[in-house]
Structures are given as structure tokens and as C-alpha cells.
Design a protein around this ligand. Structure first.
Ligand SMILES: Nc1ncnc2c1ncn2[C@@H]1O[C@H](COP(=O)(O)OP(=O)(O)OP(=O)(O)O)[C@@H](O)[C@H]1O
Length: 270
């Protein structure tokens, strides 16, 4: 019998990559000239894997995510999903950002999640609402279906944004520091909930953060980037760690190792 994809990813066996970046180079053309943000980065993401891009501020993490989402064209190298080159945004790659204002203020939470299904997947409204309600239940927002975004807390807005992405069943969910603007307790709860969802659904994730603890908790594999312009330092399998390991000696050891790889010495957070 075949193992579920997430188990294949956890076991570290070589799987056919769902997503592939080869020699990815990203430049911004400004009035003062060209700024190289990312230089010749390679990575793959297998189905069910959670790859975290980790590196200091300005190393190009968000730029990579924008390129994967199709908003930024590589100046060199290639990006492909299921073997096809990425040529722009698509419902197969959806992004959850850090900002709390990702929802349409004039629509209820339910309609915010259902609307893209009707618009891009051409689903009937009733079916879209059913899928949306299910996604909202999964993120713990079953009691806020009829609420408007301005009445929600920051954490609830992020949950709704995650539900909207989950409802559309993207091949890869892209998250750009989605919990960075939340208070510490809410952030921890959201990390926990995201891990529960990942376990339930076998989510394939590309996650950006500059928080080492968060990276080790969320990721099955870390891709460490050097300071500007972003270049690959190394990759690290962290699939053995989850929320239960927070605060343990083994967790401390791996975060120190990551810190040393990023900054050349052991120590605290970036
Ligand atoms: N629109 C832009 N125009 C010019 N330069 C840009 C633009 N966006 C980003 N950059 C530059 O590209 C580099 C990478 O930026 P990016 O935001 O991708 O880094 P990051 O690792 O996500 O940073 P942070 O962790 O602070 O969010 C930085 O030097 C930044 O100044």
C-alpha cells in the first residue's frame, strides 16, 4: 500500500517535487539602478511538505514568495509547478499575508471565503458557501460566519484569510509571516492550529518567517538564506519537531544550530 504523501515527506524519502525553483534570481529595477534581491536559489517542495524560507530581514524571502505566487517575474532561472512553468498568479498557489486587511470589508466572513470560489472556480453559490463554511469550521470560526471583518480580532481575521485559501484547495499554500503581527499567545495558538490543519489535510506549504522557533515548529524542512542578496546557505530537515518539543533540550539544540548557520555563532533569535 502507498504511504500517504505527508508520510512520504516526513520520512525524508526522495519524492517527485510538486514545485521546483532552479537558479531563481530576482531583481528590482529602481531609479538608482538594479537591486538584486535573490541570487541563484534552488529549492523543491514535495507534496505534503512544509518548506520554510528562513533568513535575516532583507534576504529576499518575501520576494521569493511573490515570485512563486506569480507576482514577480524571475530575471534568471525557472519556477515550475507539476512540471509547468509559472507564468503568473493562479488559484493553484494562494497567499496568506501578514496584514489584517486581506478581507473585503463589505462582505461577511462566509461570503469572503465563498466569493473567490464563485468567481474563479465558477461554483454555484450554495456549493461555494458549503465549502466556505466547512473551511471556516476547520479554523475555528464557525460562530463568525455572518460577522463583518471589522468586528473580528486580528487572530480571527488571519483565521478567515487562512480559511479562504484552504477553501480553494491550492496545490501549494503560500504564507508570508502570517502570524507576525499577532500577540505571543495568539501566535502560539495559530501555529498549533495550523499544524493540526496540516496533519488533517496533508497541506503543502511554503512559509516565510524570520523567527527561528516558528520555522522549526512549522516546517518539515528549512531553507536557510544569507543576508542581502539572498543566497542558499543550507537546508535542514526538521520534520522530527512539533509543538510538543517547544522548550526541550533537543529543540534548543536545533534552534542554536540554525542560528549558527545563519549568523555564524550560537545564540538567541535573529
Ligand atoms: N519594490 C521593491 N523595489 C526595490 N527593492 C525592493 C523592493 N522590494 C524589495 N526590495 C529589496 O529586495 C530585498 C529583499 O526584500 P524582501 O522584502 O524580499 O526581503 P525579506 O527577506 O522578505 O525581508 P523582511 O524579513 O524584512 O520582510 C531588500 O533589499 C529590499 O530592499
Amino acid at each position: 500500500m502507498l504511504a500517504p504523501v505527508s508520510e512520504v515527506a516526513r520520512s525524508g524519502q526522495a519524492a517527485i517535487p510538486l514545485f521546483e525553483a532552479r537558479g531563481l534570481t530576482l531583481d528590482y529595477v529602481t531609479e538608482r539602478g538594479t537591486v538584486r534581491a535573490v541570487d541563484a536559489v534552488d529549492f523543491t517542495i514535495a507534496e505534503g511538505e512544509r518548506l520554510v524560507l528562513l533568513g535575516p530581514s532583507g534576504c529576499g524571502k518575501s520576494s521569493i514568495l511573490k515570485a512563486v505566487a506569480g507576482f514577480l517575474e524571475p530575471s534568471a532561472g525557472s519556477l515550475s509547478l507539476r512540471g509547468s512553468a509559472i507564468r503568473g498568479p493562479g488559484p493553484d498557489r494562494l497567499v496568506v499575508f501578514q496584514e489584517f486587511d486581506q478581507l473585503l470589508p463589505w462582505k461577511t466572513v462566509l461570503d469572503n471565503v465563498a466569493f473567490p470560489l464563485v468567481a474563479t472556480r465558477r461554483m454555484k453559490k450554495a456549493e461555494a458557501r458549503e465549502i466556505a463554511a466547512d473551511a471556516l469550521r476547520r479554523v475555528g470560526l464557525e460562530r463568525a460566519l455572518d460577522s463583518y471583518p471589522h468586528t473580528l480580532s486580528g487572530g480571527m481575521k488571519q483565521r478567515a484569510a487562512i480559511a479562504r485559501a484552504l477553501a480553494a484547495s491550492p496545490d501549494v499554500l503560500l504564507m508570508d509571516e502570517p502570524f507576525a503581527a499577532l500577540d505571543a499567545l495568539t501566535r502560539l495558538q495559530m501555529q498549533r492550529d495550523l499544524m493540526d490543519i496540516a496533519r488533517e489535510t496533508g497541506l503543502t506549504l511554503l512559509f516565510v518567517t524570520h523567527d527561528i522557533d516558528e520555522a522549526v515548529l512549522i516546517g518539515t524542512r528549512l531553507h536557510l538564506l544569507s543576508a542581502h542578496p539572498g543566497r542558499t546557505i543550507t537546508t535542514l530537515d526538521v520534520s522530527a519537531f512539533d509543538m510538543r518539543d517547544l522548550g526541550t533540550a533537543a529543540f534548543e539544540t536545533v534552534t542554536r544550530k540554525v542560528h549558527a548557520a545563519l549568523f555564524g555563532k550560537a545564540g538567541g533569535q535573529s
